[in-house]
Design a binder for this molecule. Structure first.
Ligand code: ZN
Length: 308
């Protein structure tokens, strides 16, 4: 009981601080899309979608948004709403890619709801905004997911020639489904959930044709690649260690247990604080939720052994 009181006091203090400060946290994940031949592969990157974590401590949400708005204004934009869950803003001339992106995201969202949890994986703000910005000089696509939006900087050449798009889109969507206070853990979730579960779900629904240049993303961005990459990239405390935790819980208790823990987190742990559509939860609460659901206390060991 005493612990609970301290928790409430701590949370009230957090609310106070949050209301006093103008700075906002943001989750900043940069991605690079790589094709099979790029040099980074020889530096150890095993994925078409190469992830680089660039935590920019000096930046904040408002400057990020200003930069993106500037880029949006500098190219022709059209705005369309195609599905109830997603709205896309994109630069002129990429209609077929915008359609593909919406279709993939919609199918992926359905996958999250079916394989994890129907309610906790329902967008709390609808629709989720997707921005596609034209950056002609970029060599790799950069994608970020923050504040319930997905931002992608890319160009025509990358859209039509590079692989990795399905994995990238599902990765960004997965950040919206679960966001905790440890970044590497979020990245692990966003590797596990697409590669082990959702990319394959999308493939079963849409097949090779999901992208205008059809390819077998289930093979390149799915579980086969996950199991291939994990032992090579694993180190305690890194994103692959987090991905391994999710994978092992999935193997033992099923993906729905992970979905139920996310639901528990969102409804029981700090429900009165969820005024943001994109809340950040404590990893320790997520562990407790998993253990409470399964009565399996070895889950604590699993986290500890893997550096979390
Ligand atoms: Zn990420």
């Amino acid at each position: 009981m005493e612990k609970k009181i301290w928790k409430i006091i701590a949370l009230m203090f957090t609310v106070l601080i949050a209301s006093l400060t103008v700075s906002v946290y943001y989750s900043h994940q940069n991605f690079m899309l790589l094709d099979e031949n790029k040099s980074l592969r020889s530096q150890g990157a095993q994925l078409n979608v190469y992830i680089e974590l660039l935590e920019d401590k000096n930046s904040n949400l408002s400057s990020q948004l200003n930069a993106l708005t500037g880029k949006l204004n500098s190219s022709f934009q059209i705005k369309r709403t195609i599905t109830p869950n997603f709205q896309i803003v994109y630069y002129y001339g990429i209609d077929e890619y915008a359609d593909a992106i919406l279709n993939v995201l919609d199918t992926a969202l359905e996958g999250f709801q079916q394989l994890f949890d129907p309610i906790s994986c329902e967008p709390s703000t609808m629709p989720i905004d997707v921005f596609i910005v034209n950056s002609p000089s970029l060599e790799y696509a950069v994608a970020r997911s923050f504040n319930y939006n997905i931002y992608i900087e890319t160009n025509n050449a990358m859209l039509s020639t590079k692989k990795g798009w399905i994995g990238l889109l599902v990765h960004e969507l997965s950040h919206i489904m679960l966001n905790v206070d440890i970044n590497a853990f979020n990245e692990g979730w966003a590797m596990y959930s697409p590669m082990v579960r959702i990319v394959d779900y999308v493939y079963r629904q849409l097949g090779d044709q999901a992208w205008p240049q059809p390819y077998n993303y289930s093979r390149y961005e799915g579980i086969e690649r996950f199991l291939d990459t994990l032992p090579q990239q694993y180190a305690p405390g890194n994103l692959w260690a987090a991905a391994k935790i999710f994978y092992e819980i999935d193997q033992k208790h099923g993906s729905h247990t992970i979905g139920s823990a996310i639901y528990k987190l969102k409804t029981e742990y700090m429900p009165w604080l969820i005024t943001s559509p994109y809340p950040k939860f404590n990893l320790s609460d997520f562990k407790d939720a998993l253990v409470n659901l399964t009565n399996d206390t070895t889950i604590y060991d699993l986290f500890r052994e893997n550096g979390f």
